[in-house]
Design a protein around this ligand. Structure first.
Ligand code: TTP
Ligand code: MG
Length: 336
């Protein structure tokens, strides 16, 4: 299950005056400032606007769009509401992200399509929002199916449909195939999942290594036996900030690092973890990105100690160029 144009739909739902307008959510909502598009509603997508695009580009494509800031607290509140609805249908749920989840219906004694209809109705009742659902024998296919008839979709894919409905799709639709793999495959003359499935396994292993090569071989055939992950442990907790204007002002960089450290430590504590590693990331104005890391003597959630470690890392950068972005990451986490 994946919500439709999630952040934008939440905003439109609470501001009916936005109906029928192109809406873009991102950064502080000011398209003249730095920041990227988190999402755009379907009207705005017609202008070519999409997630991760700079807000300034989005503005050029559609100056008439309504630009709004990200209100994570509100989206997260709505997210909890529809996940509570989902949990009522099956105890086995994998929480994938703020607007997405897998439900295991294999032990539920009712037709999956019927369940999906009821889920859609109840989510609509609880949030006034629409979602798209994919039903399939495994997560890989369910995810693809959920995307096939967006928005407000309900798509069922069975093993028999793989040839007709999956093989015609571009390789990017496969989970785990990003722009790099897409480009390598394109060089090999492969554009669709079907063309990928026609490659001998040896070719895939040779080009993509044993593990990823085998994954591609199986995924292109719709094979996936990965179980639902019903709870996960974070590996790291991180935050980063892009400056409005590139800066070489040490105090500005330091203040931002201190703020980011405070926020990550707050999350660390809230989630009940301690950390041992601290990494600071700096991206310079030429987009070169460097990190410096340190390991503390013992695991801790003490802000003072973690801030000290972060500033120790900061001290090991050569700050000769202007800085575009600073970030901090807490690693080697252990649960309290
Ligand atoms: P998606 O489900 O990828 O997108 P969506 O719900 O906006 O649209 P669709 O109807 O195609 O599912 O992501 C869910 C939310 O996550 C999205 O509303 C905003 C946020 N997001 C980002 O902040 N940055 C990103 O790059 C992406 C892809 C999503
Ligand atoms: Mg979505």
């Amino acid at each position: 299950m994946d919500m439709d144009a999630f952040f934008a739909s939440v905003e439109q739902q609470r501001r009916p005056e936005l109906n029928d307008k192109p809406v873009v959510i991102g950064g502080g909502g000011d398209p003249t400032r730095r920041g990227v598009v988190s999402t755009a509603n379907y009207q705005a997508r017609k202008f070519g606007i999409h997630s991760a695009m700079p807000l300034k580009t989005a503005y050029k494509l559609c100056p008439a769009a309504v630009f709004l800031p990200v209100d994570m607290a509100e989206y997260s509140r709505v997210s909890h509401i529809f996940k509570d609805v989902l949990r009522k249908f099956s105890p086995v749920m994998e929480d994938v992200g703020i607007d997405e989840a897998f439900l295991d219906l294999s032990d539920i004694d009712k037709a999956s399509e019927q369940i999906a209809q009821e889920i859609k109705e109840q989510i609509k009742e609880a949030t006034a929002l629409t979602c798209s659902i994919g039903i399939a024998p495994n997560k890989l296919l369910a995810k693809i199916a959920s995307d096939l008839q967006k928005p407000d979709g309900l798509t069922i894919i069975s093993e028999q449909d793989i040839e007709q409905r999956i093989w015609i799709l571009p390789v990017r639709k496969l989970w785990g195939v990003g722009p790099k793999t897409e480009a390598s495959l394109k060089e090999m003359g492969i554009g669709t999942i079907g063309e990928l499935a026609a490659l001998p396994i040896e070719t895939l292993l040779e080009n993509f290594g044993n593990s990823y090569g085998r994954y591609l071989y199986e995924a292109s055939r719709g094979i996936d036996d990965s179980p639902l992950v019903t709870h996960w442990e974070p590996k790291t907790i991180s935050r980063e900030t892009t400056f409005q204007v590139d800066t070489d002002h040490w105090q500005t960089i330091a203040k931002n690092l201190a703020d980011l450290t405070r926020e990550t430590v707050a999350e660390l504590r809230e989630r009940g973890y301690r950390c041992k590693n601290v990494t600071v990331k700096i991206r310079f104005d030429d987009f070169k990105t460097h990190t410096r890391a340190t390991t503390m003597e013992e695991t801790t959630d003490n802000l003072e100690k973690i801030r000290k470690a972060a500033f120790y890392c900061l001290g090991h950068f050569e700050l000769k160029k202007k800085v575009r972005l600073v970030g901090v990451r807490l690693g080697a986490l252990v649960k309290e």
